[in-house]
Write a protein that binds this ligand. Structure first.
Ligand SMILES: Nc1ncnc2c1ncn2[C@@H]1O[C@H](COP(=O)(O)OP(=O)(O)OP(=O)(O)O)[C@@H](O)[C@H]1O
Ligand SMILES: [Mg+2]
Length: 299
């Protein structure tokens, strides 16, 4: 039974039993593959590094409030471990193209971009890895916008022009282990470009150029967009971000149906409840979620 089938079954059981609507599901195991090791030629080294202005990112709602940072880091550590394990085959089978991880969600506003950035920052602290954050939400390139790179050369340009080397479009950041590929100049044929053979080749190349690189794709919602279903074919792992107590269950089930064929789907439960005095974050990953209480996670 595939992971999505299991998730669907669980969700249906939960619906029948009137239990909590959203459940996590561990990533499926798949045949091991290996990726060639290649020397790390740093991409876009000529471009000035993006300075990650934490205050601005916080103000834009893409980083947690200072008081919540430690708690969130601890949660992201838990979320990244199985993803990395699947990518490199440490304590788990190495997934084919497992280093290519797509952040997905059923609906807009569930926290894909927030999760992509915070996960990228967490992976960037790992000694053995670097991380490339790709803005594949070409219709609404929030990350490109916040880094001041909207409309700059990026993913779509590289896909459009075979002469363009992807390395020239990748921007370094002031964190040496974190780089960024902007969405690029938008066009009417964006979905076709993302679904093209060239996208597959490009994604492979992004990983092959550096055997220690994890690539995170921030994408549009699965429902009502055509870009995400196109992208899921290139990703070795899909992390579905679910905003708890917000996503209607039928919508989540529809989204999971679109991922039915994918061999490695994980769910992360993302819920924030804010008040003037407190902010709570709940994350779950795979089977672990069912063991967690609904109290804010502790360190
Ligand atoms: N864990 C979290 N803690 C606090 N705020 C969060 C969290 N996750 C998401 N948010 C907030 O929710 C809003 C939506 O998040 P985000 O932009 O990441 O969603 P998205 O899935 O990328 O949406 P879209 O599909 O429109 O691109 C943002 O304002 C973000 O600050
Ligand atoms: Mg987004």
């Amino acid at each position: 039974m595939s992971v999505v089938e299991k998730a669907l079954r669980k969700a249906r059981e939960a619906k029948q039993g009137g239990a909590e609507p959203v459940a996590g599901e561990a990533a499926a195991q798949a045949d091991a593959n290996s990726r060639p090791s290649a020397p790390h030629a740093f991409a876009g080294a000529q471009s000035p590094p993006i300075v990650l202005d934490r205050a601005a990112l916080r103000a834009a709602g893409l980083l947690p409030p200072v008081a919540e940072e430690r708690r969130l880091s601890s949660q992201y550590r838990k979320i990244k471990r199985p993803l990395i394990a699947n990518a490199i085959g440490r304590g788990a089978d190495r997934l084919p193209n497992g280093y290519l991880i797509m952040l997905a969600s059923a609906m807009p506003g569930e926290g894909k971009t927030f999760t992509a950035l915070n996960l990228a920052l967490s992976i960037a602290t790992e000694k053995d890895f670097s991380v490339l954050l790709v803005d594949a939400d070409v219709a609404k390139p929030q990350l490109s916008r916040i880094f001041g790179l909207e409309g700059e050369q990026g993913l779509l340009d590289v896909l459009r022009d075979p002469q363009l080397d992807v390395d020239s479009a990748i921007r370094p950041t002031d964190i040496p282990t974190l780089s960024f590929l902007p969405a690029g100049k938008s066009s009417a044929d964006a979905t076709e470009l993302l679904a093209s053979k060239r996208m597959e080749e490009l994604a492979q190349r992004l990983g092959e150029r550096d055997s220690h690189r994890i690539v995170l794709f921030d994408t549009p919602p699965l429902i009502q967009t055509t870009e995400s279903p196109a992208l899921m074919h290139v990703a070795g792992q899909v992390l579905v971000v679910v905003r708890a107590e917000s996503t209607p269950q039928p919508v989540l089930l529809d989204a999971l149906e679109t991922l039915q064929e994918h061999p490695a789907v994980s769910l992360v439960l993302n819920q924030s409840m804010r008040s003037d005095t407190a902010a709570y974050y709940y994350y779950g990953y795979g089977e672990e979620r069912s063991d967690r209480s609904t109290a804010p996670p502790s360190e």
